[in-house]
Unconditional design. Structure first.
Length: 318
């Protein structure tokens, strides 16, 4: 299989990446930094030659355009990370099918040539088109596709990639600093080795939660969209500090440190957020005055509705 025990060697022997946006980069870069994936084992594919050239120069990674002949190598890797936009699912599935068909045709031609020359051809050479010879150690397993497409269901993935074992993953951008959260929902008939590989892959960049698929939309809304919501809150708090007379750099430093300290206090003391709010709010004091303004602006309701809207959008994409 592609997963290796321990942290002494690479986790994957090969990784194809279809789409190299912010989420794919947040997953890949820390894996490369830690040596969990070797640069030589990676092949990334993006839509256009211009994007491929820009990302190759920016990230120093092997990147090619979808129309490039090298793109087939990405689809033939033991593990493929599908990270395109949900609207590009059909095009990605078509590309995978084209690579598999070409590999099957080559295998048939090779078998015919071997037969005509009197050489024996093993039955295994015709199994899993596109992967039998291109994925050392793959054995009899079907190839593994990990999708991070927002909202796209396992049912749609299985239908689009019938020759694959699929996993739906919902990571978030803090994976970039190995502080991420990833929710996983398993497709059908994955081997124990493939499940272990996926757990290890995402476990190297943060926490991993295995959930019933219907819960992934809520996880996406809270944990995956959440960093953007929190960034807006932190930015607004820093703006408030500037409005109160603090220099910009100091206001941002204080907002970040306060956020980190608050999270640490909640976690380490096991406090409910409401308890902490009450601890800080004294009668007729500054904090309760500030909280009154938040309630006046319906900030609590706005955050709730933002999470619900993101979850609903995720369901609509599925």
């Amino acid at each position: 299989m592609t997963a290796h025990a321990g942290a002494s060697g690479p986790l994957l022997s090969g990784l194809g990446i279809i789409g190299l946006g912010q989420m794919a980069q947040a997953l890949l870069l820390p894996l490369l930094e830690q040596g969990d994936v070797l640069l030589a084992a990676v092949q990334a594919v993006v839509a256009t030659p211009a994007s491929a050239e820009r990302l190759q120069q920016q990230l120093q990674l092997p990147v090619c355009a979808a129309a490039d002949g090298q793109a087939a190598a990405a689809w033939q890797a033991p593990v493929v990370l599908l990270a395109v936009k949900p609207q590009q699912l059909a095009a990605a599935a078509e590309a995978a099918a084209s690579v598999a068909a070409a590999a099957e045709a080559a295998a048939v031609a090779a078998a015919a040539a071997a037969t005509s020359s009197g050489c024996a051809v093993s039955e295994s050479s015709a199994a899993s088109p596109g992967h039998s010879s291109a994925s050392p150690g793959h054995g009899d397993e079907l190839p593994l596709l990990i999708s991070v497409l927002a909202g796209v269901s396992l049912a749609r993935l299985q239908a689009a990639f019938p020759g694959w074992r699929v996993v739906r993953a919902v990571p978030n951008t803090p994976c970039l600093v190995r502080a991420g959260i990833t929710g996983l929902a398993w497709g059908e008939q994955l081997s124990d080795g493939q499940r272990h590989c996926v757990r290890e892959l995402f476990g190297r960049v943060g926490q991993v939660l295995e959930l019933p698929e219907p819960q992934l939309d809520g996880l996406l809304a809270l944990a995956s969209s959440g960093p953007a919501l929190m960034a807006v809150v932190i930015e607004a708090l820093a703006d408030g500090g500037v409005a109160a007379g603090l220099p910009r750099a100091l206001a941002q430093q204080l907002a970040l440190a306060m956020t980190g300290g608050t999270v640490a206090l909640l976690e380490q003391k096991g406090l409910h957020p409401g308890q902490l709010k009450d601890m800080v709010s004294s009668p007729a004091g500054t904090t309760i005055t500030a909280l009154r303004q938040l309630e006046r602006g319906a900030v609590r309701s706005a955050l709730i509705e933002a999470v619900l809207a993101a979850a609903e959008r995720s369901r609509a994409l599925g």
